[in-house]
Design a protein around this ligand. Structure first.
Ligand code: F6P
Length: 320
C-alpha cells in the first residue's frame, strides 16, 4: 500500500496521539504516505482529509485528547453515509484505514471492511471494555488520574470524619472503579458486574462507623448508579455523614501514562504492518503482553470478562 489514512473516533483517550504518531512513523518507514482524517467518521463523510507530516505529529505524544479530533457520527451508520465515506476514500486514493476507538468505532471499521476497504482497528477507550484485548489505550492513564484524585478526596473526608463516594466513568464496565479503587485503597467498590445491593452497601458503611472507622472511600462505576442517588439512599437509611464527587471528564484528559504511550506505539506498528501485508478487517490488541490481531467481527463479539479475583481481593483488603 502506498497511501493509508488514520482516524480517531468516539470518546477521546490519552494515548491516541501516540498511536497516530506510531501509525505515521511506521507508515513512512514502509514508504507510505499517511493521511489524517479529521473528526472521525463524520469528517470522513465530509472529506476532512489532509496529509500528516512530521510537524503535525511531533511534540504531541505527551498530550491528551487527539490531534485528529473525534466525533460520534450517526450519519455514518446509514447506507448513504457509508457510501459517501467510500467515495471520499476513493477520491483521495486511500488504500487502507486505521481506526482508533472503542467498540462503536470498530463497528464502523467493519462496515468499511465489508465493502472492500482494508481497515484495522486499534482499541482506544478509557473504559477497558473490549474483551479481545487485555488493555485498551487510555485505561491506564484514566486509572492513574482517578487514583490521584482519590487521595485528595480522602484527605478532606478524613478531616471531617466523612464517607466519600466517588463516581467514575466506564459506561457498562467497572474496570476503572476496580483498578483505581485498589490503587486508592477504597473500602467499597460498586460495579455493574457484581451484585451488591445499596442496602448491603449502606449497612457496611454503618458497621464501619460502629467499629470506629469514620472515613471510608466508596468507588461507584457509572454503570452501577449515580453517586448522588447512592449518597441520598445512605443518608435515609443510616446516620453516616457522606458526600458525593463525580469525577467526570477530569479522568479522560491529561498526559498519557508511559504504559499507554508504549501500548499505543506497539499497536500502531502492528496495524500498519497488517496493512502493508494487504490484510484488512482485523483488530490489534494485547494478550499476556504480546501484540496480536484478530478479525474485527471476533473482536466486537468477544465479551469483556470482569476480573472477579481482583474484586474479591479488594473485598478482603477492605474487611481486615
Ligand atoms: O467511552 C468513554 C466514555 O468516557 C465513557 O466512560 C462515558 O460514559 C462516555 O464516554 C461519555 O461520553 P461523552 O464524551 O459523549 O460525554
Amino acid at each position: 500500500m502506498k497511501r493509508i489514512g488514520v482516524l480517531t473516533s468516539g470518546g477521546d483517550t490519552p494515548g491516541m496521539n501516540c498511536a497516530i504518531r506510531s501509525v505515521f512513523k511506521t507508515g513512512v518507514a514502509m514508504g507510505m504516505q499517511v493521511m489524517g482524517i479529521y473528526h472521525g467518521y463524520k469528517g470522513l463523510i465530509e472529506g476532512k482529509v489532509d496529509y500528516l507530516t512530521h510537524e503535525s505529529v511531533e511534540n504531541k505524544m505527551h498530550k491528551g485528547g487527539t490531534i485528529l479530533r473525534t466525533a460520534r457520527s450517526s450519519a455514518f451508520m446509514t447506507e448513504e453515509g457509508i457510501n459517501k465515506a467510500i467515495s471520499v476514500i476513493k477520491a483521495y486514493g486511500i488504500e487502507g484505514i486505521v481506526v482508533i476507538g472503542g467498540d462503536g468505532s470498530f463497528r464502523g471499521c467493519m462496515e468499511l471492511a465489508n465493502r472492500g476497504v482494508p481497515t484495522i482497528g486499534i482499541p482506544g477507550t478509557i473504559d477497558n471494555d473490549m474483551g479481545y484485548t487485555d488493555f485498551t489505550i487510555g485505561f491506564d492513564t484514566a486509572v492513574n488520574n482517578v487514583t490521584n484524585e482519590i487521595y485528595k478526596i480522602r484527605d478532606t473526608m478524613r478531616a471531617h470524619d466523612r464517607v466519600g463516594v466517588i463516581e467514575v466513568m466506564g459506561r457498562n464496565c467497572g474496570d476503572i472503579a476496580l483498578w483505581a479503587g485498589i490503587g486508592g485503597a477504597a473500602d467499597l467498590i460498586l460495579v455493574p458486574e457484581v451484585d451488591i445491593s445499596w442496602e448491603e452497601a449502606a449497612n457496611r458503611l454503618a458497621q464501619n462507623k460502629l467499629r470506629g472507622k469514620l472515613t471510608s472511600i466508596v468507588m461507584i462505576a457509572e454503570g452501577a448508579g449515580k453517586a448522588e442517588e447512592f449518597v441520598e439512599f445512605v443518608r435515609q437509611h443510616t446516620d453516616v455523614e457522606i458526600k458525593a464527587t463525580v469525577l467526570g471528564y477530569i479522568q479522560r484528559g491529561g498526559n498519557p501514562s508511559a504504559f499507554d504511550r508504549v501500548l499505543a506505539a506497539r499497536l500502531g506498528q502492528r496495524a500498519v504492518e497488517l496493512l502493508n501485508d494487504e490484510k484488512g478487517g482485523r483488530a490489534v490488541g494485547i494478550r499476556h503482553n504480546s501484540i496480536y490481531d484478530v478479525s474485527l467481527s471476533k473482536a466486537i463479539e468477544m465479551r469483556d470478562e470482569f476480573d472477579k479475583k481482583l474484586f474479591e481481593l479488594n473485598e478482603i483488603m477492605a474487611k481486615f
